[in-house]
Design a protein around this ligand. Structure first.
Ligand code: DP6
Length: 325
């Protein structure tokens, strides 16, 4: 039997992906840019089996419902490309505390894309893996790459992530207990595109934000990168909040953390805040400032867990047996 194991890390976007131009192919409305982190990887093993069904376990427990359905649909895509009918057993483990607030679908589908590609004999080059991971979850396209990467909008062939030259960055993740997510990011993304009057403005302005972010990264302009990071997050949340019916992911503690990060800047520590589709806040900072930022966010009493992260590696296939072995 053929088996392969891969490990991938979560990423946090500085220029957010929020909206699709093609839901079936998971093509984004705009490009986006992120930092792959060095904490909380997902390790996934895909083993081809003789049985009639796929199986998926997450952190040692059998997974069912939507998470399992998404994994099995992804395996169907892999089989179609590989010309295989073999079923698979998928075992996935997320490191670190559950609910740490780091995008597990990004690390999850990046690790699955690499492990499944190795097990079924599909190409393992970065562009192919990024394109494939995109089909599982858009943000997973970026977790194939190390450090800072840009995921291009485009067609099925050209929409993948590539590395970007950038200054060294760090992030401090502050979790905020907002209770269970009322609306999934996928549903909120579709609702924003369908009903938010600000969606068109979001798409148009994000193209400009990304161009500006790439230029700032190229010239090593950390300050402008930070300013654009906060701008992109707040514009995304503004467009989400204008949905019908509205969706609001930021809770009072999230907003207070944005204020705390702004106060840190006034005190001379140059940090900038961002937040994904949930209440947790992530502070972008220079590596030298990460412990000071973490201490300030802990002392604020606004956050539960506070985790310091640096620039992480791209996906790695750690164990693979050649087909037929
Ligand atoms: C707010 O990648 O989870 O984290 O493609 O529908 O699976 P799907 O969406 P997903 O959305 C991530 C949205 C975000 C911003 C970002 O990571 O760029």
């Amino acid at each position: 039997m053929t088996a392969a194991t891969a490990r991938a890390y979560p990423n946090i976007a500085l220029v957010k992906y929020w909206g699709k131009q093609d839901a079936a192919l998971n093509l984004p409305a705009t490009g986006s840019l992120s930092l792959t982190l060095d904490v909380f990887p997902t390790t996934t093993t895909v083993e081809l089996v003789d049985g009639p069904e796929d199986a998926f376990s997450l952190n040692g427990a059998v997974a069912t419902g939507t998470p399992a359905a998404r994994v099995f649909a992804f395996l169907d895509l892999v089989r179609e490309r590989a010309g295989s009918t073999a079923r698979a057993r998928v075992e996935s483990v997320n490191a670190g505390p559950t609910g740490a607030g780091l995008a597990s679908s990004a690390s999850g589908f990046a690790a699955l894309a690499a492990a499944a590609s190795a097990a079924y004999g599909l190409p393992l080059d970065t562009a192919s893996l990024s394109r494939l991971a995109r089909r599982g979850s858009g943000s997973a396209a970026r977790s194939i790459l190390p450090g800072v990467s840009v995921w291009h909008a485009g067609d099925d062939a050209s929409s993948y992530a590539e590395p970007v030259e950038a200054p060294e960055l760090a992030m401090v993740v502050a979790t905020v207990d907002g209770g269970p997510k009322a609306v999934s990011s996928r549903e909120a993304m579709n609702r924003t595109a369908a009903t938010s009057p600000y969606y068109d403005g979001w798409v148009t302005s994000t193209r400009e934000t990304l161009d500006e972010m790439l230029a700032a990264a190229r010239r090593g302009d950390y300050t402008r990168m930070g300013e654009l990071t906060e701008l992109s997050a707040l514009r995304m949340h503004a467009s989400i909040q204008a949905c019908d019916p509205p969706v609001r992911y930021l809770v009072p503690a999230s907003v207070a953390l944005f204020d705390r990060v702004a106060a840190l800047r006034a005190e001379g520590v140059e940090a900038y805040a961002t937040a994904d589709a949930g209440p947790n806040v992530v502070a972008l900072c220079r590596p030298a400032d990460r412990e000071a930022v973490a201490a300030a966010l802990r002392d604020s009493g606004l956050a539960g867990e506070v985790t310091v992260a640096g620039s992480g590696p791209g996906v790695e296939v750690s164990q693979a047996e050649p087909a037929g072995a």
